[in-house]
Design a protein around this ligand. Structure first.
Ligand code: CTP
Ligand code: CA
Length: 226
C-alpha cells in the first residue's frame, strides 16, 4: 500500500500554510506588494484537507474563495502574518507559501503623500520585514517546515542554500523566469528538495502539484511501516 496515495495520509495532523502576497503601506492609499495570486497556497490547503489534515490558511489579500473545511485567517502585512502565525498552536507541518514582502516602508505617512513642487524623484526608506518561515523553523518542538524558493537563476543552488540557512525540512523551487507559468497562472513547474532527494514536477496544474507535494510531506511526517 502506498501510504501517500491513500486517503487520510495526513489524518490527525495540523497543517498551517501561509499564502498570497503581503501589502506594506506607504500612506493611507498606497502600498508595496508583488504579483502573488495565492493559488499555489490555496491548492496546498485543498490538498492537505483532502489528505485528512486540519488546515489553517494564513492568507494575504487574494481573490480566491476559502477551500471547504479550511480555517482561513486574513492578514495584510508581513507583521500581521507573523503575529497570526505566532498565535497558532499545535502545528505539525508549516508550509511558507506566501510571497512575503521582504521590506516595508520605514514609516507609514499618516496622510496621503503629495508631490513636492520642483522634485522629480522620491526616496522611500525601507526596513526589512521579519522572516516568518525562519521564525517557525527556530521553534521547539519544530514542526516539519516547508519553504518555497522563487528564483530567476541558479535554481538548485539558491534553493538548497535557502533550505540550509532557514533550517527547513523541504524546499520547493519555483523557476519564475518563465513568465507563462508560476505567479498568476493556474499551472506551475517545480523542483522539490528534501534530505538528499530531488524530484522535478513537470508543468501541470497547481492543484496536481499540490497533491504531489502533500504526498511527499505525508511520506516524511508519517511513521513508515517497517
Ligand atoms: N518567507 C517568509 N518571510 C519572509 C520572507 C520569506 O516566511 N519575510 C518565506 C517564503 O514564504 C518562502 C521562503 O521564505 O517559503 C523563501 O522566500 P523567498 O522570497 O524565495 O526567499 P528570501 O529568504 O526572502 O530570499 P530572497 O527573496 O532574497 O531570495
Ligand atoms: Ca523574498
Amino acid at each position: 500500500l502506498n501510504k501517500t496515495e491513500s486517503p487520510g495520509a495526513l489524518q490527525g495532523k495540523h497543517v498551517v500554510i501561509t499564502a498570497g502576497p503581503t501589502r506594506e503601506a506607504i500612506d493611507p492609499v498606497r502600498y508595496l506588494s508583488n504579483y502573488s495570486s495565492g493559488k499555489m497556497g490555496y491548492a496546498l490547503a485543498t490538498a492537505a484537507q483532502a489528505a485528512g489534515a486540519r488546515v489553517t490558511l494564513i492568507s494575504g489579500p487574494v481573490q480566491l474563495s476559502t477551500p471547504s473545511g479550511v480555517q482561513r485567517i486574513d492578514v495584510i502585512t508581513a507583521d500581521d502574518m507573523l503575529k497570526a502565525t505566532q498565535a497558532v498552536t499545535d502545528m505539525d507541518v508549516f508550509i511558507g507559501c506566501a510571497a512575503v514582502a521582504d521590506f516595508r516602508p520605514a514609516s507609514m505617512a499618516s496622510q496621503k503623500m503629495k508631490k513636492q513642487h520642483g522634485e522629480d524623484s522620491l526616496q522611500l526608506s525601507l526596513v526589512k520585514n521579519p522572516d516568518i518561515l525562519a521564525w517557525v523553523a527556530k521553534q521547539s518542538p519544530k514542526p516539519f517546515c516547508v519553504g518555497f524558493a522563487a528564483e530567476t537563476q541558479n535554481l538548485d543552488h539558491y534553493a538548497k542554500d535557502k533550505m540550509q540557512r532557514k533550517n527547513l525540512d523541504m524546499i520547493i523551487a519555483n523557476d519564475v523566469s518563465n513568465t507563462n507559468i508560476g505567479f498568476n497562472s493556474d499551472h506551475n513547474a517545480v523542483t522539490v528538495f528534501w534530505q538528499n532527494n530531488k524530484k522535478h514536477l513537470e508543468a501541470q496544474s497547481k492543484q496536481s502539484i499540490a497533491t504531489e507535494v502533500i504526498g511527499f510531506i505525508a511520506q516524511q511526517t508519517t511513521s513508515q511501516p517497517e
